[in-house]
Design a binder for this molecule. Sequence first.
Ligand code: SAH
Ligand code: SF4
Length: 438
Amino acid sequence: MKYHIVNFGCQMNLRDAEVMAGILEKAGYERAEDMDAADVILVNTCAVRDSAERKIYGQIGTLAELKKKRPGLKIAVTGCLAQRPETPEKMLNVAPHVDLLFGTHNQHEVANLLERVNDSREMTIDVWDQEGAVLEHLPSRREDGLKAWVTIMYGCNNFCTYCVVPQVRGRERSRNPEGILREVRELGEKGYKEITLLGQNVNSYGKDLGGTYTFSDLLLDLDKVPGIERIRYMTSHPRDFSDRLIEVIAASRKVCEHFHLPIQSGSDEILRRMNRGYSREKYLELTKKIRRALPQASLSTDIIVGFPGEREEHFQETLELIQEARFDAAFTFIFSPRSGTPAAGMPEQIPYEVKKERLAQLMEVQNQISLEKNKAMVGKIYEVLLEGLSPKNPDRLTGRTRTNKIVLLSGPGEKVGQLASVKIQRAKTWTLDGELEG
Ligand code: SAH
Ligand code: SF4
């Protein structure tokens, strides 16, 4: 039996897919690189915005054809969309060819669930509405041999008013430090150079474990793991980014000087309606503290435009904020009302045309800043982890600086996996061109 996974969404989903792949392989399945060769197609879904949801239903729709041609094919759907309350009924209506629907809380059961499908002609639906215990020692098949995702916590307790994550991922649950350390030590022994710690809000890591061990303590311990050269993490909530955490990162050798701090809006009024728990002032203070402690740090952010009640003056405050904060990069989104979240029912929803126009303005201002920031790197030398061949041009190598900037350069393929000194020659908005030094 061969399986193929189609993945949508964030890094957390990529990691979940690696674990499901590991579980399936342990149960005797083999991987099919191509969908056409698979006996089981597993679609791991995202629900954070409506655009993702529509794309996924479209993709699942196209699988009906494949199933007509090969009636033995099993189609399973899991992930955040599966966990939405309205999904089971909708899936039965619009995609009755799906054999199995299961949520985010029972993905470790994937192999058993597929067994059950074999005896059933109807759609098997098994979505747990409650999160289970955090499980350790699950097998996994990692996609990369150099960089690894490491989930340190599941769920979210923040309830930002626009966000569906707490609904589909449940409450915060931290893995115990021993399990994480064991996993990262093994990664170091296997030759991995970089880890990215994953959680919806890594700053609250450990709070549910009942002790005093925090995210800062975890970073201190991970900094000592042999073999690992770089530690990244995502995402951290600006509200509880502590001074101690900044100190720990500044003093660590391996934790990278890249801070992804989603601001979402530059207006205090909108931030309050979003339930973000910080003001524009507090946020800017945090960026200043970070830059004082680590002058070489890069900063990136997420921004939503067109949140309900966002007037022109609120949007202008966001534009002013990005000019003041001077982010290296920003991920910008059009507000998407998600059923079951407070923001979906708020008055003063913004027309789509206005949202689109604001997004375009925001991106124009940010792209200019990103380019200026990148230009300031030209002529200087940076440590770059050479990650692979450039997907667009296999004669070039691609890598990243510690500050998470993508660098393209010429060099021998054998250097992939190594840290190199690279001089930056040319800057673009999203990437840099460089050359190997020495
Ligand atoms: N836990 C992380 C990431 C959550 S989702 C965090 O708090 O930063 C990633 C990004 O998607 C968010 O930062 C937000 O900018 C965006 N997002 C979430 N819900 C959205 C919605 N309903 N409409 C538009 N963008 C949304
Ligand atoms: Fe969503 Fe807010 Fe939790 Fe991030 S912190 S996952 S935006 S509720």
